[in-house]
Write a protein that binds this ligand. Structure first.
Ligand SMILES: Cc1cc2nc3c(=O)[nH]c(=O)nc-3n(C[C@H](O)[C@H](O)[C@H](O)COP(=O)(O)O)c2cc1C
Length: 335
């Protein structure tokens, strides 16, 4: 007896569903968007995300497959791409519509070389054809305040924080646009360490303070770098309220650390033992240097304190001093 039609359909459907799933799984293994999503969400959730990729007009793909690039070809960036980056730098949201940022685009080879030196001699800054120096602009709003005859009272830390957020939004948007067009980028917090020297080299007015940079160029390699690992999601994301207990945190960090040690993720950028100011022999052997040791050394190295003092002094020399709430300057208030 022939099977009822709907049953045949059902079996055929299930068979074809199975075949599709198999094909999708196979395709997913080679789909960089799925792979990037799976690396943080796991396979099942990544499959959901991957189905949205087409609808997102490329944004998901660009965001999820991000990887910093530190080897660039000297190819000049064409003007249309630069114009797209310029638009992206200013189209993002800006706190209170203040626009408390100014970006400087540097392409001149010699100027870039000097700035690379001030930002910690990072060779990729020199190599990339474009450097964008993101500056907190704490001048413009203060001038406007004075010009309208008011005292400027925004000397506490809020303006510095919102200006930093503003400029980072712009740099990240430019970075995503660049990556979507096949250019590589790397953000540069090292700019902060040479803030005063960079401000002088760029002839910035007082209170326009270089904080973060972005290098942009064609990646040297034909292959886009694989997205780098992230800490497990329970360490980074919470639903509704904080959902992490200390024991879970310690276990997840230890697991993650073990994986970074096994892969050698941080060996190439080991902070030398000499930087720790603790004797001669590095007690951590090859293969045992992972995320935990690297993170601890970053914060604990002997240069951290003096470098921080320089940043404080640099900001002060550029007219930015975080003062107590209630401080003000400019024209006296009435009465
Ligand atoms: C605020 C900030 C500052 C950074 N500063 C530097 C820097 O000065 N030099 C550098 O090579 N990378 C810098 N990076 C890039 C990080 O090292 C990189 O994002 C991180 O190692 C993760 O790698 P990925 O971006 O490839 O995923 C910075 C990133 C951020 C967000």
């Amino acid at each position: 007896m022939p099977a009822p039609e709907h049953a045949t359909d059902d079996v055929t459907e299930r068979a074809s569903e199975h075949a599709n799933q198999h094909a999708n799984q196979h395709a997913n293994q080679h789909d960089p968007v799925h792979a990037a999503a799976a690396s943080v969400l796991g396979d099942a959730a990544a499959a959901q995300v991957t189905t949205l990729a087409g609808r997102s007009r490329g944004t998901l793909a660009t965001v999820l497959t991000h990887a910093s690039v530190r080897r660039f070809t000297p190819d000049v960036i064409p003007d249309d791409v630069v114009q797209a980056l310029r638009a992206a730098l200013v189209r993002g949201p800006t706190s209170s519509a203040l626009h408390s940022y100014s970006h400087v685009l540097v392409r001149d080879t010699e100027r870039k070389r000097r700035l690379a030196h001030f930002a910690g001699d990072q060779p990729w800054i020199d190599q990339a054809p474009l450097l964008i120096v993101g500056c907190a602009d704490l001048r413009r709003a203060r001038e406007a305040t004075h010009a309208r005859g008011y005292r400027y009272t925004a000397h506490d830390v809020r303006m510095l924080i919102s200006a930093t957020a503003d400029l980072t939004v712009g740099l990240q948007n430019a970075s995503l646009v660049a990556q979507s067009l096949g250019y590589g980028t790397v953000l540069l917090g090292g700019v902060l360490n040479g803030s005063l020297e960079i401000a002088q080299a760029l002839r910035l007015p007082e209170r326009v303070v270089p904080l973060v940079g972005l290098s942009v160029g064609r990646p040297q390699s034909d292959r886009w770098p694989a997205p780098r690992p992230r800490l497990p999601l329970p360490l980074l994301l919470h639903d509704e309220t904080w959902s992490l207990d200390e024991a879970t945190e310690a276990t997840l960090l230890a697991d993650y650390d073990a994986r970074t040690r096994a892969r050698g993720d941080f060996e190439g950028r080991r902070i030398p033992w000499s930087a720790m100011g603790r004797g001669r022999e590095d007690p951590i052997p090859e293969g045992a240097y992972g995320w935990l040791e690297h993170t601890a050394r970053k914060q604990g190295r002997a240069t951290w304190g003096p470098q921080g003092a320089k940043v404080d002094a640099d900001l002060g020399a550029q007219g930015v001093m975080v003062r107590s709430a209630g401080d003000s300057d400019g024209p006296p208030t009435d009465g």
